[in-house]
Design a binder for this molecule. Structure first.
Ligand SMILES: Cc1cc2nc3c(=O)[nH]c(=O)nc-3n(C[C@H](O)[C@H](O)[C@H](O)COP(=O)(O)O)c2cc1C
Length: 306
């Protein structure tokens, strides 16, 4: 039995005290969660997707529960990058945890402008969201074809002023290894996956779709087997760090992603179920390491005996 396993990791030069990152879109800018636990307990916080101008998102209903998961069609509601820099980042940057800015745009120019604005800020890393299924333009339109992944990554990297750039890949593609390679060729320092899987729900009594947007992104335990398979394939395709996510609810779920090759992991829907999910997942991961007699969490990365 190991006494106190080391949980510290480093993802493209950014030190994190543990590999648990609050996923984009389910943690806002952290404010509401400070009531439940100090933010420095997290390895990092990935903020809600930022656009150049404020966005209201899609009309309601935009959340639906599914078996073992949820559908959302929030549609990138956010106050815009300027408000983030002015009103949220100063407090987040002093919170004792790494800050990842998730960026989204309608056009390549918009992505580049946002990256340039963030490049001079105190964020530790950028995450390029080219995988949002809930917006009409941009989003996943950039993320499904390897050529456009390479091109948008290259352009945004040029504007990011030396900040590490993670590219968040869409699962709505046929060959994830090819997409991961395209991101790396474009200059990505890391890749993160998976974003939600496009789905829908139908209200048969009213003969209408449940979501006003008709389709939404499926997340939670329902997508975990797909996410694990894609993280496994992506980690075999590239040598840059992989950040894994999709349905992580427990420390053992997190361990499975690390075994498949993820250097760190993100937790989204679990936080919607319980605001303290991330803290419990870190404690459970530590217990798992102790039970397995593993002294350093990094020893798990890619250690799957397959
Ligand atoms: C309500 C909601 C909002 C989300 N918003 C974003 C977002 O703004 N940007 C992004 O890259 N991913 C967003 N995501 C996707 C999550 O970050 C994550 O990739 C996905 O939900 C899978 O992880 P999970 O099963 O742990 O939730 C959102 C997910 C949910 C449920």
């Amino acid at each position: 039995m190991v006494d106190r396993p080391s949980l510290a990791v480093e993802v493209c030069g950014v030190p994190m005290k543990n590999p648990c990152i609050a996923a984009s879109g389910t943690f806002g800018f952290g404010e509401e969660y400070q009531r439940y636990f100090p933010l420095h307990k997290l390895g990092a916080i990935c903020v809600k997707g930022l656009t150049l101008e404020p966005r209201q998102g899609n009309p309601p209903p935009r959340i639906a529960e599914t078996p073992s998961g949820m559908l959302n069609s929030v549609g990138l509601q956010n106050p815009g990058v300027r408000a983030f820099l002015r009103d949220h980042l100063p407090r987040l940057a002093d919170s004792g945890t790494a800050v990842i800015a998730n960026i989204a745009g309608n056009t390549a120019e918009e992505y580049c402008k946002i990256a340039a604005m963030l490049s001079k800020s105190r964020v530790d890393m950028l995450e390029l969201n080219i995988s949002c299924p809930n917006v009409k333009e941009g989003g996943v339109a950039f993320g499904t074809r390897p050529e456009s992944v390479l091109e948008i990554t290259r352009r945004v990297k040029t504007e990011s002023g030396g900040k590490p750039l993670a590219v968040k890949l869409s699962p709505n593609t046929s060959d994830i290894g090819e997409t991961a390679l395209a991101a790396r060729e474009g200059g990505a320092d890391a890749i993160s996956l998976i974003n939600t899987i496009t789905g829908m729900a139908v209200d048969v009594k009213n003969m209408r779709p449940v979501l006003a947007n008709v389709t939404g992104g499926l997340s939670g335990p329902a997508i975990r087997p797909v996410a694990l398979r894609m993280v496994y394939e992506a980690a075999r395709a590239v040598t840059i760090p992989v950040i894994g996510m999709g349905g992580i609810m427990s420390g053992e779920d997190a361990a499975a992603f690390l075994l498949c090759g993820a250097r760190a992991f993100m937790v989204g829907t679990a936080t919607v179920v319980s605001p303290t999910a991330c803290v419990h997942i870190v404690a459970e991961l530590e217990r798992y390491l102790k039970e397995q007699g593993i002294g350093d969490v990094n020893a798990l990365v890619g250690a799957l005996k397959a």
